[in-house]
Design a protein around this ligand. Structure first.
Ligand SMILES: *[C@@H]1O[C@H](CO)[C@@H](O)[C@H](O)[C@H]1NC(C)=O
Ligand SMILES: *[C@@H]1O[C@H](CO)[C@@H](O)[C@H](O)[C@H]1NC(C)=O
Ligand SMILES: *[C@@H]1O[C@H](CO)[C@@H](O)[C@H](O)[C@H]1NC(C)=O
Ligand SMILES: *[C@@H]1O[C@H](CO)[C@@H](O)[C@H](O)[C@H]1NC(C)=O
Ligand SMILES: *[C@@H]1O[C@H](CO)[C@@H](O)[C@H](O)[C@H]1NC(C)=O
Ligand SMILES: *[C@@H]1O[C@H](CO)[C@@H](O)[C@H](O)[C@H]1NC(C)=O
Ligand SMILES: [Fe+2]
Length: 471
């Protein structure tokens, strides 16, 4: 499971306090778990999780993501090394012997002195809802097979469970996070990934071989269920010193998104519908000011959301707007100032972000009354506002962000510097069950959980339903 060296780095210090820290200040609860701030080592390149599949030109780094607006298409991507080979995907419904096929495209790129393998992207379309599909890649040489289950028809009555992972990287802790997600008795059907994938940029010359190893590491999940991609700062890969001046080059060659389906002009911001949810993905590191393409797109996007069709409105971004950790404090502030009034007006249910390597959940708050002179600059409770979750605790090599602002602000309901992941289990148009899992616990343990009530159909105050806040 986990290297003994990692285990010894993780030190539990259960403070023997009669009262929770929460009782000493105005905000919610700061978990009593305090961990040593230790940098996690990346798994060495010869680790089991990075093994190259055997066979001539064997496809590796297989990954899937939603390929259209409604979930009837899937983008299948993989890398071949020896030669381009075929970009064809063969796929069929479980139990059927009628094989369908689709043809994709292949590309490659250079980054300083690194040359990528042959990167294939193929979109398969007209999928039947809620159906198990098998698919094969590597046609003509070494063939590898995988499967996925297509999402239910878009509509209010389809239950659906999302996994939530951010800032994953490829350390021993990252492997623990992924294992906990896989072993969680609440089975995620698709991952909402909030940015910062491989952390290859931490290596000399942003050694892109670490993009390849990351692709092999996560294949065990993302070849079987779509991960919905958000772009983070570790995807920027802007290194003019070595002549690399095109931001996001490795990421955009390797990870495609269905942005055209939502009339976006950039792969970094887009939206999809999946079952009962409308998911808007924003780009923290692309221009978002007034008149920019992202601004104009988002302005047109919110009025399109039909809560009768998709009751749940979820937004993903990398840099959080509400974060009471000292790390990256206020980095999301300028985007919040631009967009928060829309989030309240259109009653966004939940906002998930990463970037800060810790976990935090807020109350429903907004901070939209302020103008330059009125002094109303404190966030206030707002039943039309989203709950903001920071889930940048995937476990990358940079270690935990454990220096919180004190006292805990009132908007912060629960915070803890531990690695983990979360699940959002949408039950129907009024109720969803949310839970955060930390890596130190048994797979079934929920370290923070809450019934979430839909803002459009059931705007009841849920702040008292948290089990953990009183723990
Ligand atoms: C990663 O986790 C998997 C599943 O728990 C385990 O089989 C594997 O040995 C781990 N690899 C490393 C390098 O920790
Ligand atoms: C790229 O250059 C670095 C030093 O600048 C060197 O260590 C590395 O081996 C080179 N990689 C390749 C693939 O040539
Ligand atoms: C995208 O724009 C076209 C042309 O204006 C329009 O017909 C279509 O409905 C739009 N699609 C979405 C998802 O907004
Ligand atoms: C919203 O969705 C519902 C259910 O799909 C549909 O009946 C209704 O016409 C849609 N409303 C608008 C304004 O498109
Ligand atoms: C915690 O953050 C505060 C505010 O940024 C800073 O002054 C302090 O040095 C930090 N403490 C540690 C241990 O990093
Ligand atoms: C929605 O789900 C919740 C939680 O499972 C349940 O209590 C409620 O009765 C459901 N509502 C409907 C209309 O089925
Ligand atoms: Fe980040």
């Amino acid at each position: 499971m986990v290297g003994p060296n990692t285990r010894s780095l993780i030190v539990f210090v259960a403070l023997i306090l009669v009262f929770n820290i929460a009782t000493l200040c105005n905000g919610g609860s700061t978990s009593r778990y305090v961990r040593k701030l230790a940098k996690g080592d990346d798994m060495p390149l010869d680790s089991d999780v990075f093994r190259v599949p055997r066979g001539y030109n064997a496809p590796q780094q297989v990954h899937i993501t939603q390929g259209d607006l409604e979930g009837k298409a899937m983008i299948v991507s993989w890398v071949t090394i020896d030669e381009p080979g075929s970009s064809k995907v063969l796929y069929w419904i479980d139990g059927s012997d009628q094989k369908l096929s689709a043809n994709g495209k292949v590309n490659k790129y250079k980054f300083y002195n690194y040359t990528s393998g042959f990167i294939h992207h193929c979109t398969i379309r007209r999928l039947k809802p809620n159906t198990k599909y098998h698919y094969e890649v590597g046609i003509g040489h070494t063939v590898r097979s995988f499967w996925f289950i297509s999402p239910p028809e878009v509509g209010p009555d389809a239950p659906y469970t999302f996994g939530l992972i951010g800032d994953l990287g490829q350390s021993y802790d990252s492997n623990k996070t992924l294992t906990h997600y896989e072993q969680n008795p609440t089975k995620g059907q698709a991952v909402l990934f909030v940015g910062d994938l491989s952390y290859a940029d931490q290596y000399p010359n942003h050694d892109n071989a670490r993009w390849d190893s990351w692709g092999r590491f996560v294949e065990r999940s993302v070849a079987y269920q779509p991960w919905i991609w958000t772009v983070g700062n570790h995807e920027i890969d802007f290194v003019p010193e070595i002549g690399e001046t095109k931001p996001f080059k490795p990421y955009s060659n390797r990870y495609h998104t269905p942005y055209k389906a939502s009339n976006s002009t950039s792969p970094f911001w887009y939206s999809i519908k999946r079952g009962p949810a409308y998911i808007i993905v924003l780009a923290s590191y692309s221009a978002y000011g007034k008149y920019t393409p992202q601004f104009k797109w988002l302005e047109a996007e919110f009025p399109k959301v039909n809560r009768t069709e998709t009751p749940w409105l979820i937004v993903l971004m990398h840099a959080p707007w509400y974060n009471s950790n000292t790390y990256h404090y206020m980095e999301g502030e300028t985007m919040r100032v631009m967009y928060e009034p829309w989030f309240v007006k259109y009653k966004v249910d939940m906002v998930f972000a990463g970037h800060v390597h810790a976990y935090e959940r807020t109350e429903r708050v907004s901070n939209i009354a302020y103008n330059v002179v009125n002094g109303l600059c404190t966030p206030v409770k707002d039943s039309s506002a989203p709950i903001y979750i920071t889930i940048g605790d995937g476990g990358n090599l940079e270690g935990l962000a454990n220096n919180m602002t004190m006292p805990q602000p009132e908007y912060s309901a629960f915070r803890e510097a531990s690695f983990g992941h979360a699940t959002l289990d949408i039950k129907n148009k009024t109720h969803a069950y949310y839970a955060w899992h930390r890596n130190q616990d048994e797979f079934s343990v929920e370290a923070d959980n809450l019934w979430i009530f839909n803002r459009y159909w059931n705007p009841v105050d849920e702040s008292s339903t948290s089990a953990s806040a009183s723990a």
